[in-house]
Ligand binder design. Sequence first.
Ligand SMILES: [Zn+2]
Length: 341
Amino acid sequence: MAEQDSELYEELHGRIPAWPAQRPRRLRRGETLRRLVAETRLSPQQFIYPLFIVPGRRVRDPIASLPGQFHLSADSAVEEAEQAWREGVRAVLLFGEPTEKDELGRTAADPMGSAQAAVRLLKQALPELIVITDVCLCGYTTHGHCGVVGEDGEILNDPTLELLAETALSHAEAGADIVAPSDMMDARVGAIRTMLDAAGFVNTGIMAYSAKYASAFYGPFREAANSAPQFGDRRSYQMAYANRREALREARLDAEEGADVIMVKPALSYLDVIADVRAALDRPVAAYNVSGEYAMVKAAVERGWVEERAVTLEILTSIARAGADLIITYHAREAARWLSE
Ligand SMILES: [Zn+2]
């Protein structure tokens, strides 16, 4: 053996029992062994599948910016969720779209809104499915911002809180298991918790978009949710992507206000933030593998540059490895199928 003839071997021989003494490759011999010692395990049970709900019936329109995703009416959402359920996906996150928008986004709290209707139908058809609803105003306001706009164009924090809490309450009344405020207004988790408790919905959970960054990776989503801001941007309320410590501050505040699950969004460029939040807090951590991350994979796959199954499972595993317990992903159904093979 050439290696053992080396000078180093001669020098070490007799002083240590084998050379090299440490052989990490031992545990990489064969797929079964590798799986046995895997530090991170991905399961469809940790996936949350986002669904875009629109008014109407029998609607299933492909979303151009998100290949494989659809605008679904409430009845079509049930079919989609039933298929996902059969594939092992146990949770959905609903984004509603209204028939009408106004300055204050009042239709967000409409008990007959598309999201609320979908919650009712989904819980009827699949009582065990965990139905989570996005709570925000941007899909319901004419200006596309997540809060009330003041005279000078400022997004007003405190006047927004009641509108958000009313929206969350309407989702809870429809039967949502968990509401997920995504607006990034200060103190909204506390406002929502207070209103839910006062109305008797003590068991409705809150998954807070705690560290939601102002990100260019949301592009395809805005087309899907028809929620692009009509003026300015969201940097006065969403976090700056240069900041890491601030994410912990946001996460701790939300936890103190009563958030049951803490979310980091986006996921892939924020794995350090996911790891920090995981280490610092005792709540479950969710990460949102956002539309831009998904669309980049789909586009590269279309060109034959990467292999979809391999890169997607690597991406999702990296998000879990960073510390995410729950992963919100448009790849939920496909990944669930791949994992069961
Ligand atoms: Zn919003």
